[in-house]
Design a protein around this ligand. Structure first.
Ligand code: NDP
Length: 293
């Protein structure tokens, strides 16, 4: 019999990830808004489960891609005694290390292995099957997880014990957030001084201050005024909160991370609920009194 893989969470990034999984494995999907799961199953030759419990009962391996570790815990609980020994949960959520350790402990009581497996590379990376996957867990579990994340991965790295993947992902995303704010403020100043934004990023991208933000996000989303919505400001704000907890747990004092967290929290107050993570630059523009063009 074919080994079934379950995928829970068909959101902005979960959907293209699940598409790759469905091409490689006999796949069962579940989504809170069940119509999305039905449509996905029809389009991609998967099966839609009516409940997390039904999915868990049918699958050897389950992948979750939900907003936070709390929703993962809720889904684990909802599946109840459908969990059975020998199963593996691969959590692709950008979760938090403490939440992951709790979820791993809950599952261990039922003989189920847990690996945290957050991803980076955005929706476009997911569509191309080129995400970076950061695995946290014991060696044997991580080795087992590799073949199930491979369909959507460009790079797979075992980074440490359970929770280490989520810690690394949070720090990565905090760096993304601070680059967005720093690039936005610097470019707002340059534009006011008469340097066109595209010329400024062209020079920065051939210099030492370049980043994914200056190379891709500012030219494609800000200068064009396209503002696509691929990854919400709310989710990046959540990641900043996780990063602060990671620093605190490690006993590392920070000046910059709390400032960026405050910036995101304030910016979200003036943006609508669905705003993209790059749209916080609109707050910079309002404060500066001019657009970054
Ligand atoms: P979305 O907001 O687009 O999707 C969230 C998914 O979680 C949906 O399937 C939603 O279901 C489901 N969900 C939300 N709340 C609950 C709940 N209480 N119970 C069950 N299901 C729930 O998020 P993304 O797909 O963008 O992100 C998912 C994870 O991946 C997050 O942790 C995010 O930080 C991370 N990530 C996202 C990236 C991106 O570029 N978008 C990049 C890298 C990581 P429903 O359809 O019913 O709303």
């Amino acid at each position: 019999m074919l080994e079934k893989v379950g995928f829970i969470g068909l959101g902005a990034i979960g959907t293209p990830m699940a598409r790759h999984v469905a091409q490689a494995f006999d796949t069962v999907v579940w989504n809170r808004t069940t119509a999305k799961a039905g449509a996905f199953a029809q389009d991609h030759g998967a099966t839609a489960a009516a409940t997390p419990r039904e999915l868990v009962a049918a699958c050897a391996v389950v992948i979750t891609c939900l907003p936070t570790s709390q929703e993962v815990a809720a889904v684990i609980a909802a599946a109840g005694d459908a969990w059975h020994p020998g199963q593996l949960l691969i959590d692709a959520t950008s979760g938090d290390p403490a939440g992951s350790r709790g979820n791993a402990a809950t599952l261990a009581k039922r003989g189920v292995a847990f690996v945290d497996a957050p991803v980076s590379g955005g929706v476009s990376g997911a569509e191309r099957g080129k995400l970076t996957v950061m695995l946290g867990g014991p060696e044997a579990n991580v080795e087992r997880a590799r073949r199930y994340v491979a369909p959507y991965a460009g790079k797979i790295e075992h980074v440490g014990p359970v929770g280490a993947g989520h810690a690394l992902k949070a720090i990565n995303n905090a760096l993304l957030a601070l680059n967005i704010v720093a690039a936005g403020e610097g470019l707002a100043a340059l534009v006011k001084l008469g340097v066109p934004a595209q010329r400024a990023v062209d020079v920065i991208n051939a210099s030492s201050g370049r980043s994914n933000v200056t190379e891709n996000l500012i030219p494609e989303r800000v200068i064009t005024r396209a503002w696509p919505r691929t990854f919400s400001a709310a989710l990046l704000d959540k990641d900043l909160g996780v990063a602060l907890a990671v620093l605190e747990d490690a006993g590392v004092q920070s000046e910059i991370y709390p400032a960026v967290k405050r910036f995101y929290a304030e910016a979200r107050k003036v943006l609508d609920a669905g705003a993209d993570h790059v749209e916080v630059i609109k707050r910079v523009e309002v404060a500066a009194g001019g657009e970054i063009r």
